[in-house]
Design a protein around this ligand. Structure first.
Ligand SMILES: NC(=O)c1ccc[n+]([C@@H]2O[C@H](COP(=O)([O-])OP(=O)(O)OC[C@H]3O[C@@H](n4cnc5c(N)ncnc54)[C@H](OP(=O)(O)O)[C@@H]3O)[C@@H](O)[C@H]2O)c1
Length: 266
């Protein structure tokens, strides 16, 4: 039996497996992690096969997905050992910042083909977006296998590796959650109760963006329409901009890029 194998059974593996199962993905899924509790939970919820032995997990893989934190990637790949991979295998790293050149130096083999993928955890509900980048020489015929796997849980977009980290720090669903949390907390500070603060903030962020994505109006037109001169929305945006809203966003993305560069070095 050759399975889709996840090395690391944490947050993103849980979200991906949930999305795959939700979409009726019927191929065998095997997960390896050092925590029996996480494995048992994934088995209970999604019927994955669990494997405590790393080498047996790798031997079972048709597609091998590296889903450990960036700082753990090198150790894990060294533990697998180059000599173990003598057959053709697609290896996909989800690790933020770790470049294909490093991955290929940690784990090589005559048939090993490396790709990077950056799924969003909202893939758990089939609404994800996954960025993918392929190593040079990755067979064209097998690229579809990677795209199809992540395509089960949402849209897939191929990104040149030099833009991969910039895309990663920009498209994270954490931006939406972060903005939502900040808006709810600010709304409570000006006197809204928690329930109404949540409703108002969700409406503010989700509905406007849904309208923009319909593509009937440009962002400039929508901003113009939503902010009457002399009205409250214009005053709010103006004050937020003066307080450094845009600069804070740029600084946030730059911090993400610096972290990606640190992950690439370690
Ligand atoms: N979370 C996201 O939304 C997201 C989205 C896209 C990509 N990613 C990427 O996906 C990767 C995993 O992120 P995550 O948030 O899922 O991390 P996580 O929740 O910490 O899960 C990683 C799991 O792998 C285990 N592990 C690490 N090294 C191991 C080893 N040598 N053998 C067995 N198990 C090992 C960890 O155990 P310990 O805790 O004991 O180390 C942990 O249970 C990261 O590289 C991240 O950049 C994450």
């Amino acid at each position: 039996m050759k399975a889709t194998v996840f090395l690391g059974g944490g947050r993103i593996t849980g979200a991906l497996v949930a999305g795959l199962r939700l979409a009726g993905y019927a191929k065998p899924i095997l997960v390896h992690d050092r925590h029996a509790r996480k494995l048992n939970e994934l088995k209970r919820q999604y019927g994955v096969i669990v494997e405590r032995d790393l080498h047996r997990a790798v031997e079972s893989a048709r597609v091998l997905i590296i889903a450990v934190r960036p700082g753990s990637v090198r150790g894990l790949l060294k533990e697998i050992g180059t000599e173990k991979i003598l057959r053709p295998m697609i290896v996909v790293s989800l690790a933020a910042g770790v470049p294909l050149s490093k991955l290929g130096s940690y784990l090589r083999g005559p048939g090993v083909k490396w790709a990077r993928a950056m799924p969003s955890p909202v893939c758990r509900s089939g609404l994800g977006l996954t960025a993918v980048a392929f190593s040079r020489g990755f067979p064209a015929g097998r690229r579809a296998e990677v795209r199809d796997l992540f395509g089960v849980v949402g849209a897939v977009l191929e990104i040149p590796e030099k833009q991969f980290d910039a895309f990663t720090v920009t498209f994270s669903s954490s931006h939406g959650y972060h903005a939502l949390a900040a808006l709810i907390s600010a709304a409570e500070k000006i006197g809204l109760d928690r329930k109404r603060a949540r409703l108002a903030a969700a409406h503010a962020l989700a509905d406007g963006i849904a309208v923009w994505r319909e593509g009937k109006s440009s962002l400039e037109e929508l901003l113009h329409e939503a902010a009457t001169p002399g009205g409250t929305a214009a005053a709010v945006m103006d004050a937020m901009n003066r307080a450094g809203y845009r600069q804070a966003t740029v600084r946030g993305l730059r911090a993400g890029m610096k972290q990606a560069a640190r992950n690439a070095r370690d």
